[in-house]
Every structure is written in C-alpha cells, then in structure tokens.
Design a protein. Structure first.
Length: 305
C-alpha cells in the first residue's frame, strides 16, 4: 500500500483560480446560506494592555478562517468547529446602516467592507465613515486626533486608554436661537448618544485595527462548493485543485486488449474538500477528469473543447 500526504492549498492558491466568481452581495445578505472568510495579515490580534478587555472578547488570529451568516440586521460568526451563539451575534448599526450603498459586514465586532469584484474584505476607515455620516446628518461629528503616547511607542496612530472616539457634538445654538436650528441640535445630540453607544462595540477603533484601516485582510468564499460550481458551470477551467500532486506509483498503463480498462481503489481523508484528477496526459489540462468530493455532494468536471 502506497501512502502520501498533500499539503492543504493556501488562500493565495485557492483564490487565484481561473474564472473564480465572487459571491454576490445579495447572496451574502439574504441569510439563506453560510460563507467563510480566510484572513491574512501580519500578526495576531492581542489584548490591549492599556484598556480593560472583556473575558469573552474575540481576538483574531492572522490566518483565521471565520464562518458567518446574516440574520436580519445581525451577523453571526464563529470559528470552524464552534457553534453560533448569541454572544457571536453583532448588530450592524449606525453609522453603517445609513451608508447603505457600501457593503459592510460586522464580523465579531470587526466591521469590514466587501468587494464583490474580487471577494476581498477591507478594514473600514472609521474617520472617513464618520465624515460621510456627518455630512448625511448635518451634524458635527468627527474622529479625534489619533495619537497614542506611551513609553514604548510615540506618534502611533491609535486611541489612548478610555479615549472617547468622537469630538463632542458642537452645538450651534449660541450662534442662532432660531427654532429650526435648536431642533437640529436636539436631533444631533440624540444621534450622537446612539453613535457613541454603537462605536464602543466596534473593533475598528482599537489600536491594532487602526493600523489596518483600508487594508485588504481576507477573502470571502462559499462554504458550500456546489454554490460556486453553479456560478461557473459554463466556464472553462472554472475550478482547479491546489497543490496537485501526480504519482507514478498510481499510474496505470492500459494494454490494447484491455478494452474495459482498469479500476483504481484508494482511501483518502481530509478536513475539507478533496480533488481527484485523472488524466491521460497530466501536462495537458484538456485531458483531465476532475472529481471534487465534498460533504454536500460529488462534482465531476471534464473540459470540453
């Protein structure tokens, strides 16, 4: 019996697939299926020693794979093997809902913007977002000067311990006592209180994530691979396996008289999908027969010329 191991394909391999199509935003927000994000950034998120951190706060690892789904305005997320809980549900609230033209998702407190063009997610720049929100509401909201002073770091773009992320709403009543202006000030103060309450549960204002504002840190993919196949059904080479390994030990040579061919029996184990590729000429993709074995079913591919 011959045994060999094939390393799992990384995210770069998986998402450089020819003709890969990103999940539609309408699919993600419908709440009818699961998706997952494969993250890639330089270091793990660590608890910030300069402020108190809740015991159950989720800290991201630089190569995390997070599964998520949406239910109404709530986003539920978890690591593979965990279960969805009420603690993992995060509400996408103001000012994100007000900016409904953008594709925002709240993954365990980290607010990301989704690009349907290439399936990537970017850490939301809160300074820009608040400025847009201020323009929409007509209220004077803006991010404070993002400077952190410590013995270990100087001039670092981050918030100090316990810092209020916004400048207090600047009332204009002293300039004019008109009823219209007073009503607007009253409205803005109410919005401001709600805004502060929502922002306290957003990771984007933590020092670690401020450094990653507007940076691409992950890629979204279907959990159910059959959904992706349906999107690419008519595309040539729509799905190609990562880390493909050909084995001379498994090569079969068919004699001319063997009209019925031969059988190949094998046993394989994997935590994810399994691809089996059979070809008469491995260097020629047009001769490949590919089987994609998943927990949802088995998919068969053959290139048609």
């Amino acid at each position: 019996m011959n045994k060999f191991f094939i390393r799992k394909g990384d995210s770069d391999c998986r998402f450089n697939i020819l003709n890969y199509l990103s999940p539609y935003w309408s699919e993600i927000t419908s709440g009818s299926q699961e998706f997952h994000i494969t993250f890639s950034f330089n270091s793990d998120e660590e608890a910030d020693a300069r402020k108190s951190v809740q015991i159950n706060e989720f800290l991201f690892k630089r190569t995390d794979e997070i599964y998520f789904t949406r239910r109404d305005d709530f986003w539920l997320a978890k690591r593979k093997g965990d279960i969805y809980t009420y603690q993992s549900a995060k509400l996408l609230n103001e000012p994100f809902k007000a900016n409904n033209k953008s594709k925002y998702m709240n993954i365990l407190g980290l607010v990301l913007e989704y690009s349907e063009k290439d399936a990537t997610v970017t850490v939301v720049n809160m300074s820009k977002l608040i400025q847009v929100y201020a323009n929409q509401t007509g209220c004077a909201f803006e991010i404070k000067n993002l400077k952190f002073n410590s013995t270990n770091s100087t001039n670092t773009s981050s918030l100090g311990a316990g810092a209020d992320p916004f400048i207090s709403y600047r009332s204009r009543s002293s300039v004019s006592h008109s009823l219209k202006r007073q009503n607007r000030n009253r409205k803005c103060k109410t919005i401001y209180k709600t805004l502060l309450m929502n922002m306290r549960n957003v990771k984007n204002l933590n020092p670690f994530w401020i450094e990653l504002w507007q940076k691409v840190i992950g890629v979204v993919d279907y959990v159910d691979p059959i959904k992706a196949v349906l999107r690419t059904w008519d595309s040539k080479y729509a799905v190609l396996p990562c880390q493909l390994k050909w084995s001379n030990n498994l090569m079969m040579v068919l004699a001319k008289q063997e009209k019925d061919g031969k059988c190949l029996r094998f046993t394989a184990a994997t935590e994810g999908e399994l691809f089996v590729v059979i070809a008469s000429t491995p260097s020629n993709q047009n001769t490949w027969y590919t089987f994609q074995v998943t927990t949802k079913g088995v998919i068969f591919y053959k290139v048609t010329i």
